[in-house]
Write a protein that binds this ligand. Structure first.
Ligand SMILES: Cc1cc2nc3c(=O)[nH]c(=O)nc-3n(C[C@H](O)[C@H](O)[C@H](O)COP(=O)(O)O)c2cc1C
Length: 391
């Protein structure tokens, strides 16, 4: 039976929430965001500072996308969680976040075809569900700061998929060893798992292509493997059925989203346990009136799309994409989400939850420093509310 979301009555962004075994003191979540500051894949002092700046007692942070294996990266200086050195380095970051009282999950990432030979071991082509490249509409950021075209990937052979599932399982175990409270499976935004989910990309003829249950098989295997390794309450799943980032189009996004949610519900019933949450990015992807991505469409239709997934999912629901303070308050109050994740506003406002609480003015983000490598500029130098100088 699907849960019927009731209006949350007096719940606001600042009401406590129990997410499985985790007691959160508010609902303003740090969205996972790639920031390219983990030099050579190793998180260092800059990351510890960035994440602790955004920590609050009882807050919830999701890390930037973190590579599960040597073939997983498609941006410069993305952290990994597949070598011992990376695990130990993350430990320092996670310990610092815990000291400030936040819960932190590690987002497990494989970009699939959204990569380039320069990021691949031995200059091999990246892997995917398909051998079709991402169209020239999209450009890849290269290590020297220039932009290039995405190369043709190599479609994974059927027997190789189990190896990638194993990389996710091992990465989840590593994340727990590093002290993370849980992990989020990145199955959104046109990256590897989404390249299997979407019928606009997946052109396979094996048991991982074709019908919905075939296209979602890889994701569900990953969820199963990770849940068995670290426990369902430590596992969140991120999807974005309606987002066409990196050509990730589907002919029926709602059907796809409902199918995945239904499968996750069935898994929960089977194990008599709950996943930590489902995290959905909605196409409205705007802040300050600027559109980042996504198809144009009516906001009502988008809200209804999210509501349908929220109603169908039997557990904690996080929404993301273009939320302001007011929109966040609305979805919580209406029962359309339990938690709201904030991306760009959190980049520019380390104390976002506090600013929201005070209804204080916000710093504006500087887009050109989103993916640069400076450990301070555009990363940890956004001022706190009330401070006169940049920190
Ligand atoms: C600089 C930047 C990096 C991002 N990196 C990731 C990522 O690593 N993993 C992910 O799932 N989403 C990523 N996103 C998407 C965000 O998690 C979020 O869903 C998106 O920014 C929309 O929320 P917003 O309107 O509050 O910014 C990124 C967004 C930005 C702006």
């Amino acid at each position: 039976m699907a849960e019927t979301p009731a209006r949350n009555g007096s719940a606001t962004l600042f009401s406590p929430f129990r997410m499985g075994k985790f007691d959160l003191s508010h609902r303003v979540v740090l969205a996972p965001m790639t920031r390219c500051r983990a030099l050579n894949g190793i998180p260092g002092a800059a990351l510890a500072k960035y994440y602790t700046q955004r920590s609050t007692d009882g807050g919830f942070l999701i890390s930037e996308g973190t590579s599960i294996s040597a073939t997983a990266a498609g941006f410069p200086h993305v952290p990994g969680i597949y070598t011992e050195e990376q695990v130990q380095a993350w430990k320092t970051v996670v310990d610092a976040v815990h000291a400030k009282g936040s819960v932190i999950f590690c987002q497990l990432w494989h970009v699939g075809r959204a990569s380039h030979q320069v990021y691949q071991p031995d200059g091999m082509p990246p892997i995917s569900s398909t051998s079709k490249p991402i169209s020239k509409r999209w450009r890849i950021l290269l290590p020297d700061g220039s932009y290039g075209t995405y190369p043709s990937p190599r479609a994974l052979q059927t027997h190789e998929i189990e190896d990638v599932v194993e990389h996710y399982r091992q990465a989840a175990l590593n994340a727990i060893r590093a002290g993370f409270d849980g992990i989020e499976i990145h199955s959104a935004h046109g990256y590897l798992l989404d390249q299997f989910l979407k019928d606009g990309i997946n052109d396979r003829t094996d048991q991982y292509g074709g019908c919905l249950s075939n296209r979602s098989r890889f994701l569900l295997k990953v969820v199963h493997a990770v849940v068995s390794a670290i426990g369902a309450y430590r596992v969140g799943v991120r999807i974005s059925p309606a987002i066409d980032h990196l050509d990730a189009m589907d002919s029926d996004p709602l059907k796809l989203g409902l199918h995945v949610v239904d499968q996750l519900n069935k898994l929960q019933q089977k194990i008599s346990g709950k996943l930590s949450y489902v995290h959905v990015t909605q196409p409205r992807y705007t802040a300050y009136g600027q559109t980042e991505s996504g198809r144009p469409g009516s906001e009502d239709a988008e809200a209804e799309f999210m509501r349908s997934l929220r109603r169908a999912y039997e557990g904690t629901f996080i929404c993301s994409g273009g939320f302001t303070r007011e929109l966040g308050m609305q979805v919580i109050e209406n029962g359309d989400a339990n938690l709201v994740s904030y991306g760009r506003l959190f980049i520019a406002n380390p104390d976002l939850a506090m600013r929201f609480k005070l209804n204080a003015p916000l710093n504006k983000y500087v887009r050109k420093t989103f993916y640069t490598q400076d450990p301070v500029v555009g990363y940890t130098d956004y001022p706190y509310f009330g401070s006169l100088s940049r920190l």
